[in-house]
Design a protein around this ligand. Structure first.
Ligand SMILES: NC(=O)c1ccc[n+]([C@@H]2O[C@H](COP(=O)([O-])OP(=O)(O)OC[C@H]3O[C@@H](n4cnc5c(N)ncnc54)[C@H](O)[C@@H]3O)[C@@H](O)[C@H]2O)c1
Length: 438
């Protein structure tokens, strides 16, 4: 392997993870080959545009013709130029919640088929997977293609941990862990990634250790969020606001505070626990706690839909005549990413009850779900009975609530993220409700 500062880096998959990673290596002075199978993505990136919904990537895609910046749909064209190839393709779950590794396999196959041979090119999987996937998916492909580890190729795993929409935890400022059966290659990858990020980069030994570390980070978040979501159901039944309880508990030095909400979304937290559950099942060990936490978070949008139906009933708005406006659709604040958003099951549950549903999300303007009315500007939304704050986008918090109040048929608001100043809204004439509040 060439010295870290002279290497050419390939990135397979230019999505939320791959594109900022490619830009990060380019900014660090590397020759970069970026590959995506999507013609739209490649033509946008080539034009210097941002095809992802992450606003942090706006204005930083290298301009057309930038030196050391090569973007293509062809893995076969890119890979022979590269010393190291990073694979950042999706790892979703199937409709029956099983890990879908088809992208990892297809991208790996395309890379391995493109290797010139004898170059010991390092191929690093960055996608989130359960322990064992890199070896179990890729080693049979090497055998099938007659490639020898240490001669033609070495495989490694380095999970991406950055947080889209959060500039403080971008690709250039997160710690990395590297798993590889070859310690020397592990050390060379530490040198490489140390030029990408200012944070700690560590070789942790076996592939499986790095794979497991990533997946349990997200399992832990799912568990912690599930706990506060469960508490947000219990305490209102006791006449107590869960946020008051959390504020009181957080005065203790070792209490970790999380905020309840309408549900967990995105490509990671609602997905990765299923990878761990599946892996545990494969080896005959029950993952009861992880499974239960998933169940709580997965059911939150349905629970909230039920609460909203009750609120409408109490306000004497029959469900069949009711109109609910969702403020925000993407799964997290400041990002235009609708994947696994809890807004979708919430809207579906309301539609099933006969409620008419509208949505305003300043970060998204495409049609979101059949039957949902999309408002491109909030000023177009009128005649609603209840607003649900689904995503804590700054634009939602700073919206013209006074003007919206005037256009409501029944001015009720449900804070699904516990971020609104409910006292101020109450003084302005809103009837206010919130997740976890009696
Ligand atoms: N988005 C996040 O916040 C985040 C954070 C950390 C880790 N991850 C993990 O990183 C991985 C990628 O996630 P993402 O959010 O970037 O996904 P994404 O869907 O935004 O991007 C993946 C890209 O890969 C492309 N692609 C698919 N197959 C390909 C192939 N064979 N060759 C070339 N390109 C191909 C797709 O067209 C797409 O543009 C997932 O495993 C995810 O769990 C995501």
């Amino acid at each position: 392997m060439a010295e870290a500062d002279k290497q050419t880096v390939g990135i397979i998959g230019l999505g939320y993870v791959g594109l900022p990673t490619a830009i990060g290596f380019h900014d660090a002075g590397f020759e970069v080959w970026g590959v995506d199978i999507s013609e739209r993505t490649v033509s946008m990136v080539r034009a210097g545009e941002n095809p992802t919904g992450d606003p942090d990537v706006d204005d930083i895609v290298p301009a057309p013709g930038a030196p050391r910046w090569n973007i293509t749909t062809s893995t076969a064209e890119a890979v022979p130029h590269c010393d190291v190839v990073l694979v950042t393709v999706p790892t979703p779950v199937t409709h029956d919640l099983k890990p879908d590794l088809t992208y990892v396999e297809a991208a790996g196959r395309a890379v391995f088929e493109s290797l010139p041979g004898g170059t010991n090119t390092v191929v690093v999987l960055e996608s989130t997977v359960y322990p064992g996937v890199t070896a179990e998916t890729w080693l049979p492909l090497l055998d099938e293609l007659g490639l020898v580890q240490g001669v033609d190729v070495t495989i490694a795993y380095c999970p991406e941990r950055f947080n889209p929409g959060d500039p403080a935890h971008g690709v250039r400022s997160v710690a990395r862990v590297i798993g590889c059966s070859d310690e020397q290659v592990g050390a060379s990858l530490v040198a490489l990634y140390s030029q990408l990020t200012s944070e700690d980069v560590r070789y942790v030994g076996r592939l499986e250790v790095a794979e497991a570390a990533k997946v349990i980070e997200n399992v832990q978040r799912d568990l912690n969020i599930a706990l506060v979501n469960e508490l947000a159901r219990i305490f209102p039944a006791l006449g107590v606001d869960v946020e008051d309880v959390l504020s009181a508990a957080a005065t203790k030095w070792n209490f970790h505070r999380y905020t309840p909400g309408v549900g967990v979304g995105g490509h990671c937290i609602p997905v990765d626990p299923y990878y761990m559950i599946q892996r545990a099942a494969n080896v005959g060990v029950p993952a009861n706690l992880i499974t239960a936490a998933r169940g709580v978070n997965r059911s939150m949008p349905i629970h909230v839909a039920g609460v909203i139906r009750d609120l409408l009933f109490e306000a004497e708005v029959p469900a069949k005549d009711a109109r609910v406006l969702l403020m925000g659709w993407s799964y997290k604040a400041e990002v235009g990413d609708p994947r696994e958003t809890p807004a979708e099951p919430l809207a579906e549950a309301l539609l099933e009850k006969g409620v008419k549903v509208g949505v305003w999300d300043p970060h998204l303007d495409e049609p979101l779900l059949d039957g949902v009315t999309v408002h491109r500007v909030l000023g177009d939304a009128d005649g609603y009975d209840l607003v649900v704050l689904v995503t804590a986008h700054r634009a939602c918090l700073e919206a013209d609530w006074a003007s919206l109040h005037q256009r409501m048929r029944t001015p009720m608001v449900y804070d699904g993220r516990r971020v609104l100043d409910l006292d101020a809204l109450t003084s302005d004439g809103w009837k206010t409700y919130a997740v976890g509040r009696p």
